[in-house]
Ligand binder design. Structure first.
Ligand code: SF4
Ligand code: SF4
Length: 331
């Protein structure tokens, strides 16, 4: 027997959560696009007819800009004021599997050399309800990095579409089970996950090529159209680079990107990554070699957002396919 819920009842449940003071974030139409946004009205919740929101769900655990702490100068003293943080419970609803899978990957970096309490507190207070994909586009490549349209990685609950505006509710964790307890019906049906994209490249080939070809012209050639806007990193569920600045008595953490020229600019004026080619190379090396070496995980879930949001049609996929091709050329 399976647990099921209709889309109407799911919206009613979302409305209940909002009423109870839970912060709910979900895919919605906004300005001609689909975005993950805080949900104010459950009628706005999108449950189908989109591939992937233009942003990523990471911003609900790792905000674009966040005060770490404040300081006040009082006479000869500097007093530190802790950031209030938040204990507000949060539900990420209708999250794509490639966004949810990013959270366990990000957990490594936010608990590596020190435990990031602001991130961890949000993580503890967040329940992730994943919506399995019914379709994919040419930019999706989850199956090349070990995931798929109904992957449960990072999910507390997985909703798999059935016919008739109904979803099978698969509880993955105790947190997910208690969120839906008493809210589902049982039925003798089981949803079939949609087929995912054909695998496009082998991560091991990328890793091998990158290790042996640091100075290969492919990096520069691929980056010729790149304008260094950082949209690829900022809409990526796994990119997590940030900068820390002091502003008006507060120490603030803001998203940064390895695609910005200022990212590696030294005070001397020297820049060890002087062009977009070296920055694109860094992005691939970090995701497919450096992060796996350190944490045993590829820093990419194949969501395709970096290509979908790139004004030059780049992102990692065209470069990964080109590398796969180079790796299989006869020596
Ligand atoms: S690859 Fe595309 S999205 Fe990324 S920095 Fe270059 S132009 Fe911007
Ligand atoms: S690198 Fe591109 S495809 Fe991979 S997780 Fe980031 S945005 Fe998605």
């Amino acid at each position: 027997m399976s647990e099921i819920i209709s889309s109407d009842n799911l919206r009613k449940l979302a409305a209940e959560w909002i009423e109870q003071g839970v912060r709910v974030a979900a895919p919605q139409h906004a300005g001609g696009r689909v975005l993950y946004l805080p949900l104010k009205n459950s009628a706005d919740l999108l449950l189908d007819a989109f591939i992937h929101p233009a942003n990523s769900a990471k911003e609900f655990l790792f905000p674009k800009s966040e005060t770490l702490y404040a300081y006040r100068v009082e006479g000869q003293d500097v007093k530190l004021v802790e950031a209030p943080g938040t204990e507000t419970p949060q539900v990420l609803l209708g999250v794509r599997p490639c966004d949810a899978a990013a959270f366990p990957i990000l957990d490594h970096i936010f608990n590596w050399d020190c435990a990031d309490e602001l991130y961890n507190r949000r993580r503890r207070n967040t329940t992730i309800v994943v919506l399995a994909c019914s379709a994919h586009d040419a930019n999706c490549f989850c199956t090349s990095v070990g995931l798929g349209p109904a992957s449960e990685r990072g999910a507390d609950v997985l909703l798999v579409p059935l016919t008739n505006d109904t979803f099978e509710v698969r509880s993955v964790t105790e947190k997910g089970r208690s969120l839906f307890a008493g809210k589902t019906q049982t039925d003798n049906v089981a949803a079939m996950a949609a087929a995912g994209p054909e695998p496009r490249f082998a991560p091991d080939a990328v890793r091998k090529f990158s290790a042996a070809n640091f100075e290969h012209p492919i990096w520069g050639e691929h980056a010729l159209a790149c304008v260094g806007c950082g949209a690829c990193a900022h809409t990526c569920p796994t990119c997590h680079c940030f900068d820390i600045v002091d502003e008006h008595g507060e120490r603030v953490r803001n998203w940064d990107s390895c695609q910005f020229s200022l990212f590696t600019l030294h005070a001397s004026g020297h820049n060890p990554r002087p062009d977009q080619g070296s920055r694109q190379r860094q992005r691939i090396l970090h995701k497919f070699s450096i992060y796996p070496d350190k944490f045993g995980e590829i820093l990419c879930t194949g969501c395709g957002n970096c290509t979908r949001n790139c004004p030059a049609g780049l992102g990692v996929l065209p470069l990964l396919i080109a590398i796969e091709h180079e790796e299989h050329l006869p020596a």
